[in-house]
Design a protein around this ligand. Structure first.
Ligand SMILES: Cc1ncc(COP(=O)(O)O)c(C=O)c1O
Length: 389
C-alpha cells in the first residue's frame, strides 16, 4: 500500500504570497514602448569610479571568499560612515555584518532575534518583504495603519495601542517605500521611548536615508540608549545606484551580529567580493555622486508630484525615497484595475498600493527615479487614461 502523499512544501512558506508587484512587471515584459515607473531602482548606472574599483579588484586577483563578516576595510568604512552620519560608532570587528543587500539583512535580523509567536509592529503600507520576513521567522506581523491625513507617519500613539505582552520588536522602514513618508523627530523620540519602556527591539531599515528632500534624515539609532536595542540596516542599492551589486549591511550589538553571522555563514558565506570593493569605493569617494543623484531625484519628484495633482490624482508630497503615491479612487477603479489597465491601454507601469498592505489600497506607487522626459511622457499618457474615465 502506498502512503498518503504529504505536501511537498513547508506550510509556513506556503502561507506567504509571492510579491504583488512582480505580476505588473511580467505584464509589461515584451511590450514595445513601455515606460516603467514600476521598479524601485535608480535609472542611473553605477558611477564609474565604483565600477572601476570592482574591475581593479578582479584584475588584482581578489577572487576568493572574504571573511563571513565582509572585508575588514569595508566594515571600517561603514563604521566611519555611520559615526559621521548618525553619531554612533560600531566596532568593525564585532558589530557590523556585510550582507547581500538590505534584503538579506532584514531577513537575518528577524531570524536571529525573534521567537515563535513574537509580535512585530510595522507600518501599513510598507515594503513588500517585511510581512513575509516576519512570518518566515515564525513571528506575527502587526500592521499599524498610516494615512495621508498624517503624512503617512508611523505615530507613537498608534504604535502604543498595538503593543501587547507578546510584542518583541518594531520595524521602522522610513523614508517609506511606497509612500515617501518620513518620521518627524517627535515620532522617532516617541517610538524610542516606547521601545525602552516595553523593552522592545527596533529594526531600522534606513536604505533610503540619503534620499530625503529639504530636510535631514532622523535615525532612531542616534538617540541615547537606542544603539543597544536597534538593528540598524542600510545599504548601497538606492543611494549609490548599486541595485545589481547586492551589497548592504547590518550594525547591531555584537551578540545580535554574532547570531546573524551564523545564518549568513551557513547560507551565503559572504557577499560577492568584487561588489564589496565597489561598495568600499562608494563610501570613500561617492559623496558627490550621491548629492548629484539626490538633486536629480528632487527635480523629478517635483515634476511628478505637480503632474499627478494637476491630473486630479491627489498626491501627498513625498519627503523621502523616490516614490509618488497618488490616490486613484476618483477614477472609479481599484488600484489593481488602474495598474493593469494603464499597462494595457497606455503602456505605463505603476504598482498598486495594496501590494504594500491593506492601507495602500486606492493608491498606486510610481517611481520617479526615471528621466524627466520619461516622467513627462508617462504623465501625458496617464492624463489620457484618466481623461477616459
Ligand atoms: C525599504 C526597502 N528595504 C530594503 C530593500 C532591499 O534593498 P536591497 O537591494 O539592498 O536588497 C528595498 C528595495 O526596494 C526597500 O525598498
Amino acid at each position: 500500500m502506498r502512503a498518503t502523499r504529504r505536501p511537498l512544501v513547508n506550510a509556513n512558506v506556503a502561507r506567504i504570497s509571492a510579491s504583488g508587484i512582480r505580476k505588473y512587471f511580467d505584464l509589461a515584459a515584451g511590450l514595445e514602448g513601455v515606460i516603467s515607473l514600476g521598479v524601485g531602482e535608480p535609472d542611473f548606472v553605477t558611477p564609474e569610479r565604483f565600477r572601476e574599483a570592482a574591475i581593479r579588484s578582479i584584475r588584482e586577483g581578489r577572487t576568493k571568499y572574504t571573511s563571513n563578516y565582509g572585508i575588514l576595510e569595508l566594515r571600517e568604512a561603514i563604521s566611519e560612515h555611520t559615526a559621521r552620519l548618525r553619531g554612533v560608532r560600531y566596532d568593525p570587528a564585532s558589530e557590523i555584518l556585510v550582507t547581500v543587500g538590505v534584503s538579506e539583512a532584514v531577513d537575518l535580523a528577524m531570524r536571529a532575534t525573534l521567537n515563535q509567536g513574537d509580535e512585530v509592529i510595522l507600518a501599513d503600507p510598507s515594503y513588500v518583504a517585511y510581512v513575509p520576513g516576519v512570518v518566515l521567522a515564525g513571528a506575527v506581523p502587526v500592521p499599524v495603519p498610516t494615512d495621508e491625513a498624517h503624512d503617512f507617519r508611523l505615530r507613537p500613539e498608534d504604535v502604543e495601542r498595538a503593543i501587547t505582552p507578546r510584542t518583541r520588536a518594531i520595524l521602522l522602514g522610513f523614508p517609506n517605500n511606497p509612500t515617501g513618508g518620513v518620521l518627524e523627530p517627535s515620532d522617532v523620540k516617541g517610538i524610542a521611548e516606547l521601545a525602552e519602556r516595553h523593552d522592545l527591539l527596533v529594526y531600522a531599515d534606513e536604505i533610503y536615508d540619503r534620499l530625503v528632500y529639504g530636510r535631514e534624515h532622523r535615525s532612531i539609532v542616534s538617540l541615547p540608549g537606542m544603539k543597544e536595542r536597534t538593528v540598524y540596516l542600510a545599504g548601497f542599492s538606492k543611494s549609490y545606484a548599486m541595485t545589481g551589486w547586492r551589497v548592504g549591511y547590518a550594525c547591531a550589538p555584537a551578540e545580535v551580529i554574532e547570531q546573524m553571522m551564523k545564518i549568513h555563514q551557513y547560507t551565503v558565506m559572504c557577499v560577492p567580493t568584487a561588489g564589496q570593493y565597489a561598495a568600499l569605493e562608494a563610501l570613500r569617494s561617492g559623496e558627490e555622486e550621491v548629492r548629484r543623484m539626490v538633486a536629480a531625484y528632487d527635480e523629478r519628484r517635483k515634476v511628478m508630484l505637480r503632474r499627478f495633482n494637476e491630473l486630479g490624482l491627489h498626491c501627498f508630497e513625498p519627503r523621502g525615497a523616490f516614490y509618488c503615491f497618488p490616490n486613484v479612487t476618483r477614477t472609479g477603479l481599484s488600484d489593481g484595475e488602474f495598474s493593469e489597465r494603464l499597462i494595457t491601454e497606455e503602456k505605463v507601469v505603476v504598482v498598486p498600493g495594496s501590494a504594500f498592505g491593506e492601507r495602500g489600497a486606492g493608491h498606486v506607487r510610481a517611481c520617479y527615479a526615471a528621466s524627466l522626459e520619461k516622467i513627462e511622457e508617462a504623465c501625458d499618457r496617464i492624463a489620457r487614461f484618466v481623461g477616459r474615465r
